[in-house]
Write a new protein. Sequence first.
Length: 364
Amino acid sequence: MALLPDVSLMEGLLGVGAVVLVAVVAQGWWAARRASPRQADLARDARVEPGGLAGAPAAAGAEAGQSAPSADASAEAAAPLTELRPAPPRKTARLDPLIDAIATLALEAPVTGDLALVHLPPSRRAGTKPFLIEGLNAATGEWELPVAGQRYGEFQAGVQMANRSGALNEIEYSEFVQKLQAFADGVGAMAELPDMLDVVARARELDAFAGGHDAQLSLNLRANAAAWSVGYIQQSAQRQGFVPGVLPGRLVMPGAEDGAPPVLVLGFDPQAALADDPAAAALRVLQLSLDVPQTPEAAEPFPAWHQAARLLAADMDATMTDDAGRPITLQAFATIGDDLKALYQALAARDLAAGSPAARRLFS
């Protein structure tokens, strides 16, 4: 007698097989997902409220009695990161006897800004040191960079005596003198230049001071598990107040004043930012840096650096380390904070307070 197959039994086995197959597929998908770089969550906020680290969530403002954001503000908050404007460019520096060797150019009669512009040197650098030529506006009595249509009763020029490239040397000063003399001949001015040996000695002393009072803090954020995509990094940084920088692979926390250098810089491999498919990049290390002399102490850049590091590490599942890969402890942050207090005092005593125009130029 032929046995008929048990239909219910076969259906049960098929059901079990389907469940096993689904489980295997799901396990493979989950393993692949864990191994792939973390991607940006488009459903999350794509814009941070002004104030960055110090800003409270929008809900907090509503609880304090503030009005709810408008529809336009909500639409702006949903804009993708790529639409955010880069940080504004820095403003032009002006001459300062603290860090510039200044020469005067006397005129017998005022000359036009048009004439001055024609004879300005094509390059405003002497070696690695920038220099500026300013004119005394005959109408306003203010020193300014030459402008067409204005008249100037005299000029002055200054070359920066030191920067992070080192002290002004004899060759660089001679190049400055040569370029300045050509300008003076062009506008009919008599140049009075400071003594080269005196300038070089002052430059060396200024460079020695700057070398002993410079500070650029940097730490690494290392992924504990899955790597990060470029979009994920941008989204996480944006929640802490960062915006795209001018250079690829850089996100910056802007300063409070227009044109000021960024308070913090979050950097990663620029090749990943320039890749055809940035979402496919797998990044495991970020650098968070603070250029101490560039930001006023009153803006509390060090607490902002510390707080940004902690929040990013928690948000991105990362560990804060030094360049050798050693975890950075709270005690290390406290020690750095104490050292910075003495540094700020020394800079201020030299009339080179952190964040001042002269300090920003010297430490550049």
